[in-house]
Design a protein around this ligand. Structure first.
Ligand SMILES: [Zn+2]
Length: 80
């Protein structure tokens, strides 16, 4: 029997979602999937606002960093 990675709940064979960050081999239940997704969104928004702050402070062009970040983010998103 498979178990949810986050809460340990047993998953029936049709249940379970791929973990948003840990990839295909890790399964979570629907409740935990939503929880992880939400915290990822928060994390993403946090990083973006940090980047914007940094850009405003330094007056430098940090477009490179932003592009790297979005690439990395999309990789995570498509790993499911
Ligand atoms: Zn769970």
């Amino acid at each position: 029997m498979k178990k949810c990675y986050e809460c340990g709940k047993e998953l029936k064979f049709w249940e379970g979602y791929h973990h948003p960050t840990l990839g295909l081999k890790t399964l979570v239940c629907s409740k935990c999937f939503i929880k992880v997704e939400k915290s990822m969104e928060k994390y993403r928004n946090f990083i973006i606002s940090e980047l914007i702050q940094e850009e405003l402070k330094s007056n430098k062009n940090i477009l490179d960093i932003k592009l790297k970040f979005f690439k990395w983010w999309n990789n995570i998103k498509t790993m499911r």
